[in-house]
Ligand binder design. Structure first.
Ligand SMILES: NC(=O)C1=CN([C@@H]2O[C@H](COP(=O)(O)OP(=O)(O)OC[C@H]3O[C@@H](n4cnc5c(N)ncnc54)[C@H](OP(=O)(O)O)[C@@H]3O)[C@@H](O)[C@H]2O)C=CC1
Ligand SMILES: O=C1CO[C@H](CO)[C@@H](O)[C@@H]1O
Length: 332
């Protein structure tokens, strides 16, 4: 059992506490209240000790790991501090806001010999795992292109002054909140991108950041990918991959606060169509338990460092492209 402390009991921190309540692999035993505590009721219900600083938990030999559900710009310093203290660290997405920061964080964890988990839970959807298998095993033929769209209007009602609406914390119209999940999926399916073009628009939300983003990537392995993400329409997640032998569409009704099914529809060259539905699985818990297994020496963490870096390289290129209006080439 991995014993963890959590930093940041906001929306997502509370979600994680709830999801990990009955886990046999990771137990949250301490929480650091930074700014908006106290969280006495939640802590009492879940057997979590409050009232300590980050330095306290880093010095606590009873703590094996840190979970970070804090504003994005704090992630680098907090991950580096955890690594220096010899703690495994699970950091929510985006891992970092720049490639330089992500590289430094990964280097710090490697040097300290600790596992770095990241909140890309969408990889743990059963339908996504199936889709990944189809692509990797050439079931779809040559992949021509893929498209995806993701939205959640949770942020519509938060004040424009909330950190999640700031262009620094959440650049390129919420790429860091929504689009990055799709980028992670494309990196997982098709590997690194060699060039990126992005545009943002400003439709309904106040503030300097825009509320809808579109991104086209050319992947080194060949396919073009296209994503749309917004902060202002009701929740949806749609994903489609088009190959010369078949195309596949993935739909998902899952919301972090509710439960929904997902489905994969495949249409083959000969016109046959097949649809599979998948029951809801707790992908947040699956990701944290995979992290716990890696930290306790069970098996490797399934999101490789190289892919964590590629996702942040694309994020950085999206921000640059949206600002300049030019395509951005990625090297290395
Ligand atoms: N994987 C996923 O699907 C999701 C991931 N996330 C990620 O989780 C992280 C947290 O997001 P979310 O929970 O929505 O954010 P919230 O604003 O709801 O919570 C952030 C918490 O961080 C703490 N905090 C520390 N310093 C600051 C500061 N300077 N300003 C504000 N809060 C601070 C506070 O904790 P306290 O109350 O304990 O003081 C606060 O409640 C982000 O990185 C986000 O991208 C978010 C949603 C879904
Ligand atoms: O930050 C976020 C906002 O909500 C989305 C889902 O509803 C999350 O997936 C995302 O990580």
């Amino acid at each position: 059992m991995l014993r963890a402390a959590i930093l940041g009991l906001g929306w997502w921190g509370k979600t994680i506490v709830g999801r990990m309540k009955d886990s046999q692999k990771l137990r949250i035993v301490r929480a650091v209240e930074l700014s908006t505590g106290p969280h006495a009721e939640l802590a009492a219900e879940n057997g979590i000790a409050l009232g300590c600083s980050y330095d306290d938990v880093l010095a606590d030999p009873e703590i094996d790991a840190i979970i970070l559900t804090t504003p994005n710009s704090l992630h680098r310093a907090q991950v580096e501090a955890a690594a220096r203290a010899g703690k495994h660290v699970f950091c929510e997405k985006p891992l970092a806001l720049t490639l330089e920061d992500a590289e430094a964080m990964i280097a710090a964890c490697r040097e300290a010999g600790v596992i770095l988990g990241v909140g890309h839970e969408r990889r743990f959807e059963l339908a996504m795992i199936e889709l990944r298998w189809m692509v990797a095993n050439d079931e779809l033929g040559t992949i021509m292109h893929a498209e995806a769209a993701f939205s959640h209007d949770k942020l519509v009602n938060v004040p424009a002054t909330d950190w999640r609406r700031s262009a620094v914390e959440s650049p390129a119209a919420g790429m860091t909140a929504m689009g990055i999940h799709l980028t992670d999926a494309f990196v997982n399916l098709f590997g690194p991108a060699e060039s990126v073009y992005a545009a943002t628009a400003h439709r309904v939300l106040d503030g300097e950041n825009g509320d809808v983003v579109s991104v086209i990537c050319r992947h080194k392995s060949g396919p073009l990918t296209y994503l749309n993400a917004t902060l202002a329409t009701p929740l949806y997640l749609h994903f489609a991959v088009f190959g010369t032998r078949a195309w596949v569409e993935f739909r998902n009704e899952t919301h972090p606060d509710t439960v929904g099914n997902s489905s994969l529809t495949v249409r083959f060259q000969d016109g046959c169509t097949a649809t599979w539905t998948f029951d809801w699985t707790d992908t947040v818990k699956a990701n944290l338990e995979a992290f716990a297994e890696a930290a306790t020496g069970g098996r490797p963490y399934p999101i490789p460092d190289e892919e964590k870096l590629q996702t942040i390289a694309i994020l950085e290129a999206v921000v640059r492209s949206a600002m300049t209006g030019n395509a951005v080439k990625l090297d290395g």
